[in-house]
Structures are given as C-alpha cells and as structure tokens.
Design a protein around this ligand. Sequence first.
Ligand SMILES: NC(=O)c1ccc[n+]([C@@H]2O[C@H](COP(=O)([O-])OP(=O)(O)OC[C@H]3O[C@@H](n4cnc5c(N)ncnc54)[C@H](O)[C@@H]3O)[C@@H](O)[C@H]2O)c1
Length: 215
Amino acid sequence: MDRENRVSITVIRRLPKYYRYLGELLKKGINRISSQELSKLTGFTASQIRQDLNNFGGFGQQGYGYNVEELRNQLGKILGLDRTYKTIIAGAGNLGQAVANYRGFEEAGFKILAMFDKNPKLIGLKIRDIEIKDVDEMENFIRENNIDIGIITTPKESAQDVADIFMRSGIRGIWNFAPADLKVDDKVIIENVHLNESLFTLSYFLKNESDYVRD
Ligand SMILES: NC(=O)c1ccc[n+]([C@@H]2O[C@H](COP(=O)([O-])OP(=O)(O)OC[C@H]3O[C@@H](n4cnc5c(N)ncnc54)[C@H](O)[C@@H]3O)[C@@H](O)[C@H]2O)c1
C-alpha cells in the first residue's frame, strides 16, 4: 500500500474488534450479517463500518450484507493473522508468566518459544512447556530462531535495555507491558499495553459519569 493509500491507525485499531465479533458470530452459526446488525454488536455506526471496510475494497453486497466467514478471513489476512509469529518473553515474573500461561495467544498464531529472566531462581523452570532461560542467552536465541516479536514484562527500569537487545538482534515487533516510553528505531514497531493508564481512564469515567461521550 503506498503512502497516500495508507489506512488510518484509528481504522486499523477497530479491525481486531470486527474480527472478534465475526468469530463469535461464526461460532453461533451465523453466516450473513448487515452493517446495521454489526453496528448493534460493535457499537460503531453502520456507515462507519461500511467506510472502514471500504478501505480494503469493501466486502459487502447491497441488499445482502456481509458473508461472515469470508469477511473474517479477509480481515484475518489484513491483520496478518494468517501466519504464525515466533515470540519470546523477557521478564518471567507475575505478568510474564500470566502471558505465557494463556493459550489464546498461541491459538491466534503467536507461539512463545522461550522466556528470559535474570533471576537465577527462575532459570530452568517451565511455564507449560515454555522454558525460562538466562537473559544472557537471549540475544543469541533471537538470532538463531529468527524471533518476530519480543514481549517486555520486566520492571520499567530494565525495559529499555531489553528493547535494545531486541532491536540489535533483529526483532521487528515489540509488545511492551512496562510503563516506560521506549525509544526504538524506525524499523521496529512497538505496541504498548499500559494497564495502569487504562485503569486510570476507567477511574475518570467513574468520576465523571454523566460528563462524557462514549465512542
Ligand atoms: N503484574 C501486573 O498485573 C502488571 C500490571 C501492570 C503493569 N505491569 C508491568 O509489567 C512489568 C512486570 O510486572 P510484574 O508484576 O510481572 O513484575 P515482577 O517483578 O513479578 O517480574 C519482573 C521480572 O523481570 C525480571 N527482570 C528484571 N530485569 C530483567 C532484565 N534486565 N532481563 C530479564 N528479566 C528481568 C525480574 O527478575 C522478574 O522476574 C512491570 O513493568 C510492571 O509495571 C504489571
């Protein structure tokens, strides 16, 4: 896709939600859906949905709506979910272990090959079948296994060091849970999951209940 035809980030951020709802519809055996029905499910307006999907060529037909399976497959391809990603976790504490324990990521194609920590007490332990290795081995492991995605679940003080190792060893995608604004090269995509920020936003909405517009 050339620069002018690039799809906006706000549209991209809505795609996983469409993808998830379409998956749920398929599980219920529903094979056809109109943009109005999708609107009721997702909370986005029908015209927003049509506009979003038109960015990728438009999948619906007037009077018919969308074929759920076809649309989900297409969105899966657009999201890059039609392949698997080799993934590692740096920081095998509470959150790192919780991420490693969740099978859903693997089912979606994100295979966790190893975890890395600096605490000798953790090294050698396994979470499911995922071994916790010494962080000193991480750089070589990434190079040898062509790791695609690195997950950061270390304390924030170590997060930049970990990101630097990821970058030098060729990782292109970083999923960062540490509350730190990491500096990465242009070649690297970073997606931050700042759980606290989300919780503080919830706190704002509770405090200002009658005072905001939901999107
Ligand atoms: N636990 C949560 O629910 C939660 C919620 C919000 C944010 N976070 C963030 O996620 C991160 C991890 O939180 P946690 O609760 O799992 O912490 P934790 O202390 O349980 O685990 C952190 C792990 O990172 C390891 N570590 C430290 N420096 C390292 C390095 N340089 N290389 C490799 N491993 C290293 C530690 O030995 C430890 O095992 C923190 O940045 C925290 O702020 C966690």
